[in-house]
Design a protein around this ligand. Structure first.
Ligand code: G6P
Length: 610
């Protein structure tokens, strides 16, 4: 989605804005722009394409003089990617500049009203109503704060805004509703950004504005105001990520770095929650008795987080014998779900900002159900609105295709499953001890698998030209296949489908041709034989089969053409191991094709629109 950065202070704003925007490139974009107050007027530059184009045009920001500015990377929703549609947008006199992330839902009505008042529009965007509406209210009310608060009352939808008024060159304004925004206090000024990585180089002291709270930034400080212009007390938060968290640290891509950070993400998520040989998840804010009373679980999420949820369903149902429903958030919110007494809703999100997941959370709360958020970004909207939050301690994830956050989500779900199984009396002492020991050793096992990188790279090189690749598996292996297939297609653009292995013959098997690669996942010993039969089915139609299986399943060598063995682990936790070679496979196919690994086309990391 779009990225926003703004700076006010003692230093030249444009280079700082460009640097900040470069840290938000993972959000996906098609054009970029900046507006800087140059001492007399607002000077604006916009370009279609990567940030590099804007950097070249402004010689790294040097040509834009001034200490107050806002910048934006756009991911087109309303109107094609073009210079005129890209942000910032201005009022007619060029005295008010706005950058916006989100969608103004009532923009057609507002546009009509403003046109009737003589305002002229140049772009196709929803955003352009904002500078005109601000212009209208500023003339009427006389102060930027009053104009912004009137704007907020008129506008429907989601937004994070950075706003400049040429009449007030010593101040920048920002406000948000349902779109992410962080405000930073730097030693020499203040900043806004859509996400923390853009600020890290300049400050670690940040504020998370609430919905519809207006931030007023000056060189010497930051203030917050409510809609009725009352100043608000606000606590700052200190970010303790290490400095290279948002840097590639020698890796060719963020994705590879993050694949390698998985052991740490998993250990950081698990270790603090195992105390004296017991799983303790204080953040749930539920007693063991309350947990023992949970009768049904609804997991709701999008993308890879949804795939983690599918695994969660298998694991929770098998360990705790509690029925689990998993929904894609965009479906859940409109299907009038049946939430019965004793239901617990779990939403999973790396960013904590995904619009559909947030809406599902609100829908569940409105119906009176407790919502647990499994979230990676501290202070994000989902983290703030959920009744309880279980953080995945994966650290900042930059590559659009998630890897370490997904692994940390699995770890959190395992802890929840074992905890529920234990309090519901389904897991005996011996099994409990073994499970804790497996959870503790998970990160070392993942480390071991990472050692097979070269082997997987060589294999992946053979499939750089592949047209279709299929993934099959049963039970948890099907859940792994969903994620393996998604990783491959989102970054390499190779068409891929994941199928429940027994279902393939009801349709997709007709697509198997001589040499088509089928990746068979078989980590569940009770299903080895069944999946072997499916492998035989596809091989007899010409498929080439790569299998990912447990090291005890040597029979696989007879059936599959290429086998990756996984270290020993309890089958319910096998996803955490099996996903690693599949992530590496997707990564190396995409590298071989020369794809833009960290910023795949058309995708965004944080999807803050419906
Ligand atoms: C986008 C990303 C996916 C992610 C999904 C859900 O589609 O590209 O990688 O899994 O959103 O995001 P969330 O932040 O809610 O986990």
């Amino acid at each position: 989605m779009c990225g926003i950065v703004g700076y006010i202070g003692k230093r030249q704003a444009a280079p700082i804005i460009l640097d900040g925007l470069s840290k938000l490139e993972y959000r996906g974009y098609d054009s970029a722009g900046m507006a800087v107050f140059d001492g007399e007027k607002i000077h604006m530059e916009k370009e279609v394409g990567r940030l590099k184009v804007l950097e070249n045009l402004t010689r790294g920001g040097e040509t834009m003089k001034g200490v107050l500015g806002i910048g934006h990377t756009r991911w087109a929703t309303h109107g094609t990617p073009s210079c005129v549609n890209s942000h910032p947008h201005l009022n007619r006199e060029g005295t008010i500049a706005v950058v916006h992330n989100g969608i103004i839902e009532n923009y057609i009505t507002l546009r009509k009203l403003l046109q009737e008042k003589g305002y002229e529009f140049v772009s196709e965007t929803d955003t352009e109503v904002l500078p005109h509406l601000l212009d209208y209210y500023y003339r009427k009310k006389g102060t930027p704060l009053a104009a912004i608060s009137s704007l907020i009352n008129r506008v429907e939808g989601s937004y994070a805004l950075g706003i400049l008024f040429a009449d007030h060159p010593d101040v920048m304004y920002a406000v948000r509703k349902d779109s992410p925004l962080v405000v930073g206090k730097c030693p020499d000024g203040a900043m806004i950004a859509s996400d923390v990585p853009a600020l890290l180089k300049y400050t670690r002291t940040v504020y998370y504005p609430d919905n519809q709270e207006i931030a007023q930034l000056r060189e010497d400080g930051v203030k917050f105001f409510s809609l009725d212009e009352e100043e608000q007390e606000k606590e700052s938060v200190t970010i303790d990520w290490d400095a290279d968290a948002a840097e590639k640290a020698g890796y060719e891509h963020f994705m590879l770095k993050e694949i390698y950070e998985q052991p740490r993400a998993v250990v950081n998520t698990i270790s603090p929650r195992i105390k004296d040989d017991e799983i303790v998840i204080d953040e749930l804010k539920m007693t063991d008795e309350e947990l023992a009373g949970v009768r049904r679980i609804h997991i709701v999420a999008c993308g890879s987080a949804y795939h983690a949820g599918v695994t969660g369903k298998y694991v929770i149902e098998s360990l705790a014998r509690i029925p689990v429903e998993v929904d894609v958030a965009s479906e859940f919110r409109y299907r009038n779900p049946i939430l019965a007494e004793g239901s617990m809703v779990v939403v999973i999100s790396q960013s904590g900002e995904t619009a559909d997941t947030l809406a599902a959370l609100r829908e569940s709360k409105a119906r009176g159900f407790r919502v647990l958020g499994i979230v990676n970004v501290v202070g994000s909207s989902i983290a703030r609105e959920a009744d309880s939050v279980m953080y995945t301690w994966a650290g900042p994830e930059i590559a659009v295709a998630t890897t370490k956050a997904y692994s940390a989500q699995l770890a959190a779900l395992y802890l929840l499953a074992v905890k529920l199984g234990r309090v519901q009396g389904r897991i005996g002492d011996g099994d409990y001890r073994e499970m804790l020991s497996d959870l503790r050793s998970l990160s070392t096992q993942i480390e071991l698998l990472l050692g097979q990188k070269e082997k997987i790279q060589k294999f992946a090189n053979r499939y750089v030209g592949a047209r279709d690749i299929f993934f099959i598996g049963r039970g948890i292996d099907y859940a792994i296949s969903l994620e393996g297939s998604l990783k491959l297609k989102e970054i390499s653009y190779v068409h891929s489908e994941a199928y429940a292995a027994g279902e393939l013959k009801h349709g997709t098997i007709s697509l198997i041709e001589e040499g088509t690669l089928v990746v068979a996942v078989a980590t569940q010993p009770d299903l080895y034989q069944k999946t072997l039969s499916n492998i035989v089915e596809v091989k007899s139609r010409g498929a080439f089969v790569m299998a990912v299986t447990g090291e005890d399943n040597r029979e696989m060598e007879k059936a599959a053409d290429y086998v990756i063995y996984l270290p020993q682990i309890k089958p319910c936790f096998a996803n955490s191991l099996a996903i690693v070679p599949l992530q590496l496979f997707g990564y190396y196919v995409a590298v071989g094709k020369g794809c833009d690994i960290d910023k795949p086309r058309n995708l965004a990391k944080s999807v803050t629109v419906e």
